[in-house]
Design a protein around this ligand. Sequence first.
Ligand code: PLP
Length: 397
Amino acid sequence: MISEKMAKMASGGSVIRAIFEEGKRLSAIYGKENVFDFSIGNPSFPPPGSVKDAIIDIITNEDPMYVHGYPANSGYPEVRRAIADSLNRRFGTAYTEGNIMMTVGAAGGLSCTMVTLLNPGDEVICITPYFFEYNNYVTTPGGKVVTVPASAENGFMPDVDAIAAAVTPKTKAVILNSPNNPTGVIYPADLLRKYSDMLLEKGREYGTVIYTISDEPYRELAYDGAEVPWMPGCVANCIVCYSWSKSLSLPGERIGYVVVPSDIADGQLIFDAEVVANRMLGFVNAPSLMELVVARCVDEPTNIAGYDANRKLLYDGLTALGFEGAYPAGAFYLWIKTTIEESAFVEKAKSYNLLLVPGSNFGTPGYVRLAYCVSPDMIERSMTAFARLAADCGLGK
Ligand code: PLP
């Protein structure tokens, strides 16, 4: 018999992946053009041309023993330096390659960070609604997820008092994700500073250090010129997990990095342990070719305009039908109220071939998440189905 924990997990699986697979099944029956799959956060634009150019140039002109050999477990020093330099230009920091470890996406960075920080029984606070994979990253080294609801009245911003009330002597870390999946909210600098002061105060009270893990795969996805504050500039003891999965449309290439600033508590020890975790978890190192590619594309802009057009199209269409939700400031998700009981809403939607992810899959029932990293054409065609759903839910009368 395999591990009891894994047997349980294998029978559960990922809800989002299951909906995505259901989309493929429905497409085979009804035709791809009649299925409206808003389930998964797979970017809808190809990577920019500079990524392809870099790949071709590197595999044509660089030494294959360098390109395909093992880099250091932390990544090629020159790649890490290029990333540190880019962050320094943008955020006025003074990082070196000694602060950057290349990772297998943000997921790899989060997993290494949890293994680095957590003793069994340590608590990690997650703000609901949240990306449910955090449960796996936290529980694998024996940690425990403690949830704190974001304030719905306050547009799903973290509630600093509620987080303070959830901190215990066992709290090791808080995971923040801004721009947020699933709400699209961006946390402002003044809120982050207040949050940081609170954590420092709690740490003094309990004689502990409470780290903040800033999960930032959507950092570049901010609309209308909204500023995404550099989290370690506002929050003490902050470790950043970044990836190019969304910003450069490279989710399958599994490439990202962790920033461990030098001035956080036990900074050098944490960095060294992150590198060990990269090996221990079997990643060994981030993919070598992709490390070299992203170093050349480090200042490449993200296709904000494309996602922004989708954001407007979907939001305007749904609100005109009577659906309620906040206009997202970042990422590529729309978070709307279900108006009727959540599972009935999701099932009704499915009967019109609309595939939406239930809010309970983010720890917040009564909502659905729509990923608008899809074709604008699909958004337009889906509106007839949404109109039927709205009518079934008594909206727009
Ligand atoms: N964190 C959040 C909030 C995400 O939405 C995702 C992916 O969708 C990840 C982390 C994992 O990203 P990556 O592909 O870089 O591992």
